[in-house]
Design a protein around this ligand. Structure first.
Ligand code: IPD
Length: 341
């Protein structure tokens, strides 16, 4: 395995470049919305009628792709729209410097003018999400940006923009509170319905509905499956689900069926704040005491838990997070999302 080294200064430069690129792309989308180009002119279906691509998705991906390769010509680039249009469907991430980009996460929202839409720019080094930039151009005054450099000398920030420019970036709050004592009771849970809408007792959609009702039902209800979460949120953007958990504005993100570009940037932010992300299906053969491995970035199933502090019983953050993962696994059916070959 080759290891590529970047100094913190290299990463800071790359992070700042990605932030300004995301804001440029955000301006493009605001213009697009003003002129209603996306909705009126150019929306096409990909795999089904909820899998949409607009001229704006393609325009933003081109803008990001061309700018990244002009600045970093030897880096690899994986983008949602080029992947969808191409023949190669394997997970292509190698150890070299690689950008993983979703030009518009929440395309369906964008088509409906619902503001949960984000530009998601991730950067991996040695296959680890290392820089994450997520810009929501329709949230906050003139957009809200979540970003991080995942590195011992890095950081994670929320920046808002007013009409006269950037407001002061806020470091994502530390220390975050312990997880609720009887979690998932008391947690805010993000889960997406996704694009697989097939109807059968064993379909992903049927199982997701069961999972969501289990999480919401009173503790002890549904034969012990009830989780009594405070609330279920389905925003239509896995990227935003992930950054809300990363920033402690929610507790659990459970999503299967999305792709590496939907989560890569959010994972870099989550990891830097102290959150964890694992497979939303329990790995085969894992015992109750085995440490839980991190999710495979290309595995299409993600269960993220926010950062937390030691609790009143002296349980470490990792112990609380892993205990919550197991509580979620107990209440959710295994989902089956293959990678096309
Ligand atoms: C979609 C969103 C949605 C998730 C889908 C993704 P897109 O991304 O993140 O929340 O459920 O699996 O494909 O198509 O809007 O970029």
């Amino acid at each position: 395995m080759t290891t590529t080294t970047f100094t913190i200064q290299d990463l800071q430069k790359l992070h700042d470049f990605a932030c300004s690129l995301a804001r440029r792309a955000g301006r493009y989308l605001r213009e697009d919305q003003i002129h209603r180009q996306t909705y009126v002119l150019a929306t096409r279906e990909k795999l089904n009628s909820v899998d949409l691509v607009t001229a704006a998705d393609e325009g933003v991906e081109k803008l990001i792709h061309d700018s990244v390769l002009a600045e970093y010509p030897d880096h690899a680039f994986i983008g949602e729209e080029s992947y969808s249009a191409g023949e190669e469907k394997r997970f292509l991430l190698k150890d070299g410097p690689t950008w993983i980009v979703d030009p518009i996460d929440g395309t369906v929202n964008m088509v409906h003018m619902f503001p949960m839409t984000a530009i998601s720019i991730g950067f991996c080094l040695n296959s680890v999400p290392t820089v994450g930039v997520v810009f929501a151009p329709f949230l906050g005054g003139e957009g809200t940006l979540y970003s991080a450099i995942h590195h011992p000398q890095g950081g994670a920030w929320i920046s808002e923009f007013g009409p006269s420019g950037p407001l002061t970036p806020l470091p994502i709050i530390k220390p975050p509170p312990p997880l609720p004592e009887n979690a998932p009771k008391g947690c805010l849970f993000f889960g997406e319905w996704g694009k697989d809408r097939r109807d059968s007792p064993q379909s992903n959609l049927t199982k997701k509905s069961t999972n969501f009702v289990n999480m919401a039902t009173e503790l002890g209800g549904r034969g012990g499956m009830g989780g009594m979460v405070h609330g279920l949120r389905s925003l239509g953007s896995s990227t935003l689900d992930m950054v809300y958990v990363a920033s402690g504005q929610g507790d659990i993100m459970f999503e299967a069926g999305c792709w590496e570009w939907d989560v890569c940037a959010g994972i870099a932010i989550l990891l830097q704040t102290g959150g964890i992300v694992v497979d939303s299906n329990p790995p085969d053969g894992l015992s109750d005491t085995d440490p839980i491995p991190m999710a495979n970035l290309g595995g299409r199933r993600y269960l993220a838990i926010r950062a937390c502090s030691e609790d009143a019983q002296g349980r470490s953050p990792r112990t609380q997070q892993e205990a919550l993962v197991r509580e979620v696994w107990k209440r959710t059916e295994r989902l089956n999302y293959e990678r096309p070959t």
